[in-house]
Design a protein around this ligand. Structure first.
Ligand code: ADP
Ligand code: ADP
Length: 219
C-alpha cells in the first residue's frame, strides 16, 4: 500500500533529510516510525502525502508514483489519507463538532450527513460528550483526539500521525494511541511517528530512522 524505493530527500546540499530509504507497508498494517528529533520522520510522512517530493527514488501509494502526481491529483490522494500533523490546529472559534465536520463540508457532504459522521467519529475517540465545547476548553490529549476524529471522518484508508503524543503525559498519550489503534483494528493502515521510545508498542512493527537512514524495520 505504501512503498519507498531508495528514496532520498535533500532540502539543500547541507540538509539531507532522508538517504536511500526503502521499505513497504502492507494494507492494514500498524507501523511506528521511531527516531530522534531531526531523523527525518516528518519528511518521510510528508512524502506519502505529497507535501514534499523525493529528490531521488520512488514513493508509491496504492501503486501510484507520488513523485509524478500532477498538482490537480493531490487532493484525490489526500482524500484517502487521514493526516495528523503538528501544525494543523483546531479552529478556536468553532465547536469540537464543527471542527470535526469541516473536512466533510469541504468535500461537499450535506450538513446533516456531515454532522452524523462527525458525531460517529467523536464517539470513536471517546469525545462525543464534548462535541459542543470549544477546542481550548479541552486538555492537550483531548484536542489531539479531536484531531484524530477530524482526520478519519472521511474514512481514509491510511492514517499518518506525526508525533501525535508529543507534549502529552503518559495517560493522555495512551488514550491517543488507543484511539489510533482502534482504527487499525478495523483495517486502516496506520503510520505513527515518535521520538519517545516509551510509547512504542512492543508487539508492533517499528521502522527506525537515524540521520535520515533506515536502521531497522525495513522488512
Ligand atoms: P523529524 O521529524 O525526525 O524530527 P524532520 O523530517 O523534521 O525530522 O527533519 C529531518 C532533517 O531535515 C532535519 O535536519 C531538518 O532540519 C531538515 N529539514 C526538515 N524540513 C526542512 C525544510 N523545509 N528545509 C530545510 N531543512 C529541513
Ligand atoms: P513541521 O511541523 O515539521 O514544521 P508541518 O507539519 O507544520 O511541518 O508542515 C509544513 C508545511 O507542510 C505546512 O506549512 C503546509 O504548507 C504543508 N502541509 C502540511 N500538511 C498539509 C496538508 N494536509 N495539506 C497541505 N499542505 C500541508
Amino acid at each position: 500500500m505504501i512503498e519507498f524505493q531508495s528514496v532520498s530527500k535533500e532540502y539543500s546540499a547541507a540538509a539531507v533529510a532522508l538517504l536511500d530509504v526503502s521499505f513497504s507497508v502492507q494494507k492494514g498494517e500498524l507501523v511506528y516510525l521511531a527516531g530522534p528529533s531531526g531523523a527525518g520522520k516528518s519528511t518521510l510522512l510528508k512524502m506519502i502525502a505529497a507535501i514534499e517530493r523525493p529528490s531521488a527514488g520512488k514513493v508509491l501509494v496504492n501503486g501510484q508514483d507520488i513523485g509524478k502526481l500532477k498538482r490537480a491529483s493531490v487532493p484525490f490522494l489526500r482524500r484517502n489519507l487521514g493526516l495528523i500533523f503538528q501544525h494543523q490546529r483546531l479552529l478556536g472559534d468553532r465547536s469540537v463538532l464543527a471542527n470535526t465536520m469541516l473536512p466533510l463540508l469541504v468535500t461537499g457532504a450535506s450538513n446533516m450527513q456531515a454532522e452524523q459522521r462527525a458525531r460517529a467519529a467523536l464517539d470513536k475517540v471517546g469525545l462525543l460528550e464534548r462535541a459542543g465545547a470549544r477546542p481550548q476548553e479541552l486538555s492537550g490529549g483531548e484536542q489531539q483526539r479531536v484531531s484524530i476524529a477530524r482526520a478519519i471522518v472521511n474514512r481514509p484508508q491510511i492514517i499518518l500521525a506525526d508525533e501525535p503524543t508529543a507534549n502529552l503525559d503518559r495517560a493522555s498519550a495512551d488514550r491517543v494511541l488507543d484511539a489510533l489503534r482502534a482504527f487499525h483494528s478495523v483495517g486502516v493502515t496506520c503510520m505513527i511517528s515518535t521520538h519517545d521510545e516509551q510509547v512504542l508498542d512492543r508487539a508492533a512493527r517499528v521502522i527506525r530512522l537515524d540521520h535520515g537512514q533506515l536502521t531497522g524495520g525495513a522488512a
